[in-house]
Write a protein that binds this ligand. Structure first.
Ligand code: XMP
Length: 433
């Protein structure tokens, strides 16, 4: 292993991620572990230089106050907000400002622990390649490659580590954005020479969705059908025994269970039948989202793939409102492509968290070429958020909005109005369905 490590021990605070990120921000790798880590588990972690013991208000489990074992204190340690049995506490509470936190951690990390600032993506990728090769041996690995950031970065990393022992399955459910499946084929099949099984299941999904207008029902059908198609492909690849997943660190930390071992079951591909049991390969499980993107760049993936905005699993299916029809699905796809292009031209793609179009299932009267028309509207949505729990509206420049409107009305068939959605979350959700 190439990198020194600082262990962050969770004794009941929500701030462990913040501490881990602060340590990484000064170039030293860090991982979060639960308070009851055993001496053997601790010894098995390579290159540990010290431990930060993070106490907090949630330090009581089943009526008992939790403490770290004595073995933890054999390492250089920094105790934050923790009335330890050892009666030692270095800092009462974490500073709220990140800069102050970093300043506070620096002397501990570099002087007390003598850690080297050798955490960088090059070393991380080299370490993960070594670990994946060790785990996989000569076995075969299956990956559901959606084209989203996490699965794409996993695919690129595994191609480097195990080459044609990796089998990527890309299911096109017919609800992808314009050019999305084509990019997956271009990057992974043509450029990286990965084994890519491309399944065009568009018709199958759209048939299942025919006439279904209820949003929850649509989501359920898309989710269930996805698992079914993926499972069919997995059964064809008979010698595959491992399943790769784009699990990332927030999935693990936020799930409430801190050890990777416990978390694995949570992140199993939900719905795969019990007779299809795979060992998991999760090379990104210690990375935060921005680090996953950095890792993708390090692996040579295109910027627009790595820095793409969030996209819901059910895809354009939840933006073609009500019962999906081909004409409106095309209108969503084409208007979304125009919006993305014009946002990029205006530099808004780097500023706005998420932006897309939706097409409702009603028409309005308009006039085109001196004749009455009866067509669909396109709704533009552009929101900013930190955690997607609440969201505010981006104040788009009117010139940009007018240009997008003009292009949509000229280029997208069957559309005669463009609307801008001004609703924050709450009361609206980000998606319309
Ligand atoms: P809402 O509409 O709930 O969306 O305000 C919050 C964020 O979640 C995304 N979203 C999804 N992401 N699978 C996903 O992976 C889904 O089924 C799904 N539904 C919504 C949405 O795009 C927004 O970023």
């Amino acid at each position: 292993m190439q990198q020194d490590m600082i262990i962050i021990l969770d004794l009941g605070t929500h701030e462990v991620s913040r501490v881990a990120r602060a340590v990484r921000s000064i170039g030293v790798y860090s991982e979060i572990y639960p308070h009851d880590i055993t001496e053997d588990q601790l010894n098995a972690i390579p290159n540990v230089k010290g431990v930060i013991i993070c106490g907090g208000p949630n330090n009581v489990i089943d009526g008992e106050t939790i403490f770290a074992g004595d073995h933890v204190y054999k390492l250089p340690n920094l105790v934050i907000d923790h009335a330890t049995q050892q009666k030692k506490q270095d800092i009462d509470a974490l500073p709220e400002c990140d800069e102050e936190l970093v300043a506070l951690l620096k002397p501990f990390v570099f002087e007390t622990c003598k850690a080297e600032a050798n955490w960088n993506m090059k070393n991380f990728v080299a370490d993960q390649i070594e670990l994946v090769r060790k785990q996989v041996g000569d076995k075969k690995v299956l990956l559901a490659l959606s084209g989203g950031v996490d699965s794409s970065v996993v695919a690129a990393l595994l191609v480097k580590a195990i080459g044609d022992q990796l089998y990527c399955v890309h299911v096109n459910h017919g609800l992808m954005r314009k050019g999305e499946s084509e990019q997956v084929i271009e990057v992974f099949q043509n450029q990286l020479k990965a084994n890519l099984v491309y399944v065009d299941a568009s018709e199958r999904f759209l048939t299942k969705l025919e006439g279904v207008a209820d949003p929850e029902q649509k989501r359920k059908i898309i989710g269930a059908e996805f698992i079914r198609v993926f499972e069919e492909e997995a059964r064809k690849l008979t010698e595959v025994s491992l399943l790769a997943q784009g699990t990332i660190y927030p999935d693990i930390v936020e799930s409430g269970t801190k050890t990777a071992k416990m978390v694995k079951s949570h992140h199993n591909v939900g719905g795969l039948p019990e007779d299809m049991q795979f060992e998991l390969v999760e090379p990104l499980k210690f990375l935060f989202k921005d680090e996953v993107r950095e890792c993708g760049i390090e692996l040579g993936l295109p910027g627009d793939m790595v820095y793409r905005q969030p996209f819901p699993g059910p895809g354009l299916g939840v933006r073609c409102l009500g019962a999906i029809t081909m004409d409106r699905l095309t209108a969503v796809r084409e208007s979304d492509a125009i919006l993305r292009e014009e946002f990029a031209n205006a530099g808004l793609d780097k500023k706005v968290w998420q932006y897309f179009t939706a097409v409702p299932d009603f028409k309005s009267v308009g006039v085109r070429d001196n004749a009455r028309c009866f067509d669909y509207p396109v709704i533009i949505r552009a929101v900013n958020t930190v955690d997607a729990m609440t969201a505010t509206i981006e104040r788009i420049d009117y010139d940009v909005l007018e240009k997008i409107t003009r292009r949509i009305l000229n280029e997208v068939p069957g559309v005669n109005r463009v609307l801008y959605d001004l609703s924050p979350k709450p009361t609206a959700t980000i998606e319309w369905e």
